[in-house]
Write a protein that binds this ligand. Structure first.
Ligand SMILES: NC(=O)c1ccc[n+]([C@@H]2O[C@H](COP(=O)([O-])OP(=O)(O)OC[C@H]3O[C@@H](n4cnc5c(N)ncnc54)[C@H](O)[C@@H]3O)[C@@H](O)[C@H]2O)c1
Length: 430
């Protein structure tokens, strides 16, 4: 075993995390819980101040966990020179889509340069931000190279995709981690380091394979969700209940994994990640037809939902223009408070544009954020005035029978009433 791998496996070492968001903060806390010394770096002074004061902004990290990490010596900073003390540096900065839905690589680029300014002495650098195959070489290795640092001598470089799933009960350390080195030696050393952080490491032969593995996971979800979204529209034409059909197919004990329709795809991963692959493949003159089709179907789900809502109102002799509609659930998925990239927002904006009078109820998203999106928050006790409720996010904390009892009609885009085994007469599913 290479001595550096051995020291990662046996010694107490310092883990640094760049970017203290949904991904970086849980990773920093995991490292602290696993007995390592921790440095958390972020360019946002506000974020560093609040984390240093023991206030977690990430639902999956409690203030108590953060407090224990701080008491154990974890340091959070905007001072990049502290990164020089680290044995391993994990980069967990954003990788959003920019204008025209093209990857915005600026965060990865600036983090790579930041690392290159401070790296050396046998450090392991691991990129975790979701991105296209080749990024670790194009940005991290290139920046280290330009700073005169020699791969596998001065520094070791890996890519390890992040699989954190907000709201999921699995602890970061319980989720197996794929690791790929830009060289075999970097891979071996990276795997040794990650074995100290998580219960299971799956080593692949290259950073590119690890980068593509992440995109396969999320493209698989995007494509299958699109397929079932399309089938839901077909089933409706035939007056077949898609939820019943999915349950029936899922009774097959092999060869089928259920996916469920909904108002579109949301969050920071499923709608975005496949676009990294499509964009890069386009540059390489390779077609990604599945990705393109899935995006087309998923992006049009809000239009379909609006057409169904219009139809339901018309059945009661009401136009969409002027109809009072309550959107139930603003978050992009159940039991979390994150409404960014939520398809609920797209549905509500479309309804608004067609003249509906909207209000929003979400037990997780604070009222001030609902107001910040220029929606009117409403409490379930005040639903009497509504013409229709549309369930957009299936949070557990919602009283669904009570909702159906309080409004003339409910359009359920998440199949929640079916799941609960209760289907009041005034509820219609997607
Ligand atoms: N959120 C998820 O569920 C999830 C899941 C899997 C993968 N990912 C991927 O992980 C990466 C990080 O996502 P996130 O959700 O944690 O983002 P986030 O927006 O929650 O946090 C990113 C943090 O990075 C900081 N930052 C930005 N530029 C920086 C720089 N140059 N140096 C240091 N800090 C910087 C920001 O201030 C912020 O605190 C993305 O590539 C994302 O696609 C996210």
């Amino acid at each position: 075993m290479h001595p550096r791998a051995s020291s990662f496996e046996h010694d107490r070492w310092t883990a640094a995390v760049i970017g203290l968001g949904y991904v970086g903060l849980p990773m920093a806390i995991t490292a602290a819980e696993r007995g390592l010394d921790v440095i958390g770096f972020d360019i946002s002074q506000e974020r560093v101040d609040s984390v240093s004061a023991g206030r977690s902004h990430v639902e999956d990290v409690t203030d108590e966990q953060l407090g224990r990490a701080l008491a154990g010596g974890a340091r959070f900073t905007t001072d990049e020179t502290l990164l020089r003390e680290a044995d391993a540096i994990v980069i967990a900065v954003p990788s959003p889509l920019g204008r025209n839905r093209q990857p915005d690589m600026s965060y990865i680029e600036s983090a790579s340069q930041l690392v290159a300014r401070n790296a050396g002495a046998g450090q392991l650098i691991s990129l975790e931000s979701t991105t296209y195959p080749g990024t670790t070489e194009d940005y991290v290795v290139a920046a280290l190279d330009a700073a005169g640092l020699k791969l596998d001598e001065d520094v070791f470089v890996t890519f390890s995709p992040e699989r954190v799933d907000p709201g999921n009960v699995l602890h970061t350390a319980q989720i197996p981690k794929v690791v790929g080195g830009v060289t075999p030696l970097s891979g071996e050393i990276g795997a040794a380091a990650y074995r100290r952080l998580v219960d299971h490491v799956h080593l692949v032969s290259s950073a590119r394979a690890a980068e593509l593995a992440k995109l396969l996971e999320n493209t698989y979800r995007a494509v299958n969700i699109a397929m079932v979204n399309e089938l839901a529209q077909v089933a409706n034409v035939f007056d077949i209940d898609i939820w019943e059909v999915i349950d029936a197919a899922a009774s097959k004990p092999f060869g089928f994994q259920p996916f469920y329709p909904g108002p579109g795809v949301g969050g920071h991963c499923i709608p975005l990640d496949p676009q990294f692959l499509a964009w890069r493949a386009r540059e390489m003159k390779v077609a990604t037809r599945f990705i393109d089709l899935a995006e087309d179907v998923n992006l049009h789900m809000p239009d379909y939902v609006v057409s169904r809502v219009t139809e339901l109102l018309n059945q009661d002799g009401k136009p969409l223009f002027g109809a009072r509609i309550v959107g139930v659930g603003l978050a992009y998925k159940r039991n979390i408070a994150d409404e960014r990239e939520s398809p609920s927002m797209d549905v509500l904006r479309l309804l608004e544009r067609r003249g509906a009078v909207l209000s929003v109820f979400d037990p997780h998203v604070p009222d001030e954020r609902i107001v910040a999106h220029r929606f009117t928050p409403v409490e379930p006790g005040h639903l009497g005035e509504q013409d229709l409720a549309i369930v957009l996010t299936d949070h557990d904390a919602i009283d669904y029978p009570g909702l159906a009892a309080g409004v003339p009609k409910v359009f359920d885009t998440r199949g929640v009433y079916r799941r609960l085994g209760t289907m009041p007469d005034n509820v219609v599913s997607l």
